[in-house]
Design a binder for this molecule. Structure first.
Ligand SMILES: NC(=O)CC[C@H](N)C(=O)O
Length: 306
């Protein structure tokens, strides 16, 4: 299968599409990004990397960071984290507050904002403020040591901190149920820093290698199947069902327009197109993944031999 040719064709097709979705107006720096940008990268289990379009341009990974935060929390704090965040799809927007009241401050899953705030709180309790920042960044860097340095975008984190009233409300509300242990301020700072990490598609696909669990990959974490199951069910918020139907891969989106998708045992895929659909997921990113999966037969719901 000629993955490079498939990616090249998809990039060409995407260039010609006029409706590129909406930029997220509530995070001002993200409205400055050129919606014409489009990149894709695929890392295969044998280590080969294929890239196309703007695959080396760094973008804000935003909620894709929730995957790494969850993995770090699972690997360092283990299954007790599931007492504070559940494993169920929410069916609500990424920043929704409605379920928290009737569900006593326990978020549905770690990929909606409320759940990710709890995970940030867990990391803060475990490592302290300085330690949690450092461990988080190191954890991503350790996913692929061939990568150029990955960093926080401190300006992005500050802007979100100054205007993130909804996230502040979520954290304060959960604190009233005792499900946030640290000062809300510190939790928000940790969460926004995590969201602010910038990476290119090439880097993002590289950091997904551990989730792909290719035959040549390093020993996989026992938590990988859990993380992939949650990505499939919850990785696109109230668009997760449609994403599973259209693409058929565990994936995680961010409002920066990136999506990380995993073909277990076969490939780690990153796509970036800044315009979003109504659920806040990359409009063309989703379409491109649909096309890639159709061309390769990589949906986990399609029988295939690696
Ligand atoms: N879906 C997302 O990427 C949301 C992340 C963003 N930092 C927020 O908290 O709103």
């Amino acid at each position: 299968m000629d993955i490079a040719a498939i990616l090249g064709a998809i990039v060409n097709e995407m260039r010609g599409i006029a409706d590129r979705g909406m930029l997220p107006g509530y995070i001002p720096p993200l409205t400055q990004v050129d919606p014409q940008r489009f990149g894709m990268a695929v890392t295969m289990a044998d280590g080969r990397m294929h890239v196309a379009g703007d695959a080396d341009e760094a973008f804000s990974i935003q909620s894709i960071s929730k995957v790494y935060a969850l993995m770090l929390a699972l690997e360092t704090c283990g299954d007790p984290i599931w007492q504070r965040v559940r494993q169920e799809p929410s069916g609500t927007a990424f920043n929704s507050i409605v379920q928290l009241e009737s569900e006593h401050g326990i978020p549905r899953n770690p990929f909606i904002n409320a759940g990710a705030l709890v995970i940030a709180d867990i990391l803060l309790t475990r490592f302290g403020a300085e330690g949690a920042r450092a461990r988080f960044l190191q954890f991503i860097r350790d996913r692929d040591d061939a990568l150029p340095p990955i960093a926080f975008d401190e300006d992005m984190a500050r802007v979100e901190y100054e205007s993130g009233f909804r996230n502040a409300a979520l954290a304060n509300y959960m604190r009233t149920f005792g499900n946030i242990e640290n000062p809300v301020d510190a939790v928000l700072k940790q969460y926004f820093l995590q969201c602010s990490v910038t990476m290119s598609c090439r880097q993002l696909a590289g950091t997904g290698r551990g989730l792909m669990r290719g035959r040549t990959a390093e020993p996989a974490s026992r938590h990988v199947p859990t993380v992939l199951a949650l990505m499939m069910m919850c990785g696109h918020y109230d668009g997760s069902g449609a994403f599973a139907v259209r693409v058929g891969l565990p994936g995680k989106s961010g409002v920066g327009g990136g999506i990380l998708a995993i073909v277990p045992g076969i490939a780690s895929i990153a796509v970036w197109s800044p315009g979003l659909n109504a659920q806040g997921n990359s409009l063309l990113g989703t379409l491109a993944l649909e096309k890639l999966v159709r061309a390769t037969g990589w949906s986990v719901f399609t029988p295939h031999c690696p």
